[in-house]
Write a protein that binds this ligand. Structure first.
Ligand code: MG
Length: 243
């Protein structure tokens, strides 16, 4: 894996027979990228699904990150009961999961995420939120925790797509909003399925490990770069801006 941003970018463009395409937009995931919310999502999923009679572990929900709520429920229902959940069942279960998640209280920002957002702005990149979440409690806190980071309308949530990550649709919708070609956008992800979606959209894709998922799980998805923390990635952006 290349650990120099400019080298990785050059390599990405060369693969596409391109040179010097400037970046114009940053497509930014929310859970695990802007908020350290994944431990709470995993616990809420585990409690809700256990109550529904599904045998599962807290840890496995880190691997499903990026998938929509209905997709996650169906994955577990098929495994436990050999069938998909009904629409009513999905609505009730997902609402319950949201309530448990909200009851855990305020989720802390990821250290370095504020610097990342600021440096993208300094580099002249339009910032678009691209999340598989439909948790209004967290989406509503963005304006408070990251004031001015996203223009209204510059976001894709679970409510805006037919197919969630790992399908590229959320990132393709983000490109539409930014009026960008894939080569002009950078994706920032913390989950293997999210990285898969970013790579499939054709964007320059950055994986930042902010949770318990091992490095190898990211490597398998072939991102253009992998960073060990958001602080490390933000520092690279600061250096780009100063160059
Ligand atoms: Mg995420």
């Amino acid at each position: 894996m290349v650990n120099d941003f400019k080298v990785a970018r050059k390599r990405y463009l060369e693969k596409r027979n391109m040179t010097d395409v400037p970046l114009r937009a940053a497509l930014i995931d929310m859970d695990g990228v802007l908020y350290d919310s994944m431990p709470w999502h995993a616990r809420a999923w585990h409690r809700m699904m256990t109550d529904a009679g599904v045998d599962c572990t807290v840890e496995e929900f880190f691997l499903y990150e990026g998938m929509t709520g209905p997709a996650t429920i169906n994955l577990l229902f098929r495994r436990a009961f050999g069938r998909d959940a009904g629409e009513d069942e999905i609505r009730k279960l997902y609402t319950k999961k949201g309530e448990i998640f909200k009851s855990f209280g305020k989720k802390p920002p990821i250290p370095g995420a504020d610097v990342m957002l600021r440096e993208f702005s300094r580099l002249g990149l339009r910032r678009i939120l691209v999340t598989g979440s439909a948790q209004m409690s967290l989406l509503d806190s963005l304006a408070r925790d990251y004031p001015g980071a996203f223009l209204s309308g510059d976001r894709v949530t679970a409510l805006d797509v037919t197919h969630g990550k790992p399908d590229p649709e959320p990132y393709l919708k983000g490109l539409d909003i930014a009026c960008c070609r894939p080569e002009e956008a950078i994706v920032v992800e913390n989950a293997p399925l999210g990285v898969r979606a970013g790579v499939a959209s054709g964007c320059f894709t950055i994986a930042v490990t902010t949770g318990p998922i091992p490095y190898e799980a990211f490597e398998k998805e072939n991102p253009d770069m992998i960073f060990p923390s958001m602080t490390a990635f933000a520092e690279i952006l600061t250096n780009l801006w100063k160059d």
